[in-house]
Structure formats: structure tokens, C-alpha cells
Design a protein around this ligand. Structure first.
Ligand code: CTP
Ligand code: CA
Length: 229
């Protein structure tokens, strides 16, 4: 299906999509970050809007223009993303966590710029765990029948790792892609398998991120609770 003839199967629905990658500050000028471009999450937001959904896009540091017709909430850190996600999920029919969330953040934030001193070794950076937003959204559904979707980039035994992660997170769908050979970070294309907690496996061939996004909405739409008036 092209953009012009999208199914209108998400009319009356509110969907939440996170995109990009969190940044965990060390001091006013430095952070720990990751290479997520945000393109897959933005493609999910655009395709959901084309299918008629009201879309809230939680954008973590993506260097992309706000998509038309989408409510965009800009966040920086994992803790900020968690807050925005819990708030937006309260009345959502589906939540898709496409953002790369930092597993750890620096324990301490220096309010002034960290300076080097002659003859002194650098201080080690102590990290603490960030909250697991996907696991929390999955465990405490804001609405009965809310569909929760995660992403995972895996290496080695990709499908086995994906299945284990799906069970661990407790989400309904996990979109698994292999990293390494064909780069996904910043690329326009993606290849994945959509794993369902119900045992379904939907392979999606290498292609545009928009096409993968539409396959994800197909799988999410099939699992949505019946629409309320
Ligand atoms: N995720 C999240 N909160 C975190 C970490 C991850 O919500 N603190 C979400 C991501 O947005 C993604 C999914 O969980 O949808 C899987 O992320 P991933 O990093 O693969 O999972 P982890 O449990 O962190 O496993 P790993 O140790 O392999 O990084
Ligand atoms: Ca992780």
C-alpha cells in the first residue's frame, strides 16, 4: 500500500510512539548517548497518522522535523521519557517503544563543567540503572486491552534472544532486527521479524522503514480491543 491508499483502521484510536535515543548528562555540556536516528519511530508516527490515528510522538533527541498532524513531545533522558510515556499511555490504545533507551545513567550530574587537572587521573564515571519503561508499561497497562510493542536489535541467535526478551518484557509484540552485517542505524531501510506473545512470527523483508512501520500497525491493529464509541 502506498501512502495515498493507507487503510483507515486506526481512526478513533490514540497511539503513542517513542523515537530516537535518550541522552544521559554528565555535566552541562556532555552526555552518554547512542546512535539511534529516530527514523523508524518517526515512520511509525507518520504511518499511524495516515491510518487515521491520533498520534503522540515522544521524541528523544531525534534530529528530524516534527511530522505534520502529530503531537510531538520532546524529551532528553530515560527518566523524562518514562514520565512522558506513562502520561501519554494513560488513554492510549497502543504504545510502541521504538526509542533506544539508555540502560544506565551517570550516578552524579556535575552542575559545572568537569575540568581536567594536570597530573591527575580522570575520575571514574559511576553508572546506575535506568527504569525499564517497556516492562513497566507492559506490567501496568493503563487500559485493559492496550497493545504494547517493543523493539530489539540483536546479534547471534536473533530469534531466540528476541523470544526471551519478549517474555521478559511482557509486551504483546517485539520487533526484532539483526544488527551487524547490514547497518540499521541511520539507514533508510530495515529488515525485521515481528514476534507476537501469542506465538505469531511475521518476517518483514529488507525495505523502507515506512513499510516495516505499516506491517507493525497491521499486527497491532489486529490485537486492539474493540473500539469504543
Ligand atoms: N526499553 C525501555 N526502557 C529501558 C530499556 C529498554 O523501555 N530502560 C525498551 C526499548 O525501547 C525497546 C525494548 O525495551 O523497545 C528493548 O530494548 P533493549 O535494549 O533491547 O532491551 P534490554 O532489556 O535493555 O536488553 P539488553 O540488555 O539486550 O540491552
Ligand atoms: Ca538495552
Amino acid at each position: 500500500l502506498g501512502r495515498g491508499d493507507a487503510p483507515r483502521d486506526l481512526v478513533g484510536r490514540h497511539v503513542v510512539v517513542s523515537a530516537g535515543g535518550t541522552r544521559e548528562p554528565l555535566d552541562p555540556v556532555r552526555f552518554l548517548g547512542n546512535r539511534s536516528s529516530g527514523k523508524q519511530g518517526y515512520a511509525l508516527a507518520r504511518t499511524a497518522a495516515a491510518r487515521g490515528a491520533r498520534v503522540t510522538l515522544l521524541s528523544a533527541n531525534a534530529d528530524l522535523p516534527d511530522p505534520a498532524g502529530v503531537d510531538v513531545v520532546h524529551v532528553g533522558t530515560a527518566v523524562q521519557l518514562r514520565e512522558a510515556a506513562l502520561k501519554a499511555a494513560a488513554d492510549a490504545d497502543a504504545v510502541v517503544m521504538a526509542a533506544a533507551v539508555a540502560d544506565f545513567r551517570p550516578e552524579a550530574y556535575a552542575t559545572g563543567k568537569i575540568k581536567k587537572k594536570d597530573g591527575e587521573e580522570p575520575a571514574p564515571i559511576v553508572l546506575v540503572r535506568n527504569p525499564d519503561i517497556l516492562a513497566e508499561l507492559s506490567a501496568d497497562r493503563a487500559r485493559p486491552g492496550q497493545v504494547v510493542v517493543g523493539f530489539a536489535a540483536e546479534t547471534d541467535d536473533v530469534l531466540a534472544n528476541g523470544r526471551a526478551k519478549l517474555a521478559r518484557k511482557g509486551c504483546d509484540l517485539l520487533v526484532v532486527n539483526e544488527v551487524g552485517e547490514r547497518k540499521t542505524f541511520g539507514s533508510e531501510e530495515n529488515e525485521a521479524v515481528i514476534l507476537g506473545a501469542d506465538g505469531h512470527e511475521t518476517p518483514v523483508p529488507y525495505g523502507p522503514k515506512e513499510a516495516l512501520a505499516d506491517r507493525i500497525w497491521d499486527e497491532a491493529a489486529r490485537r486492539l480491543a474493540p473500539a469504543t464509541a
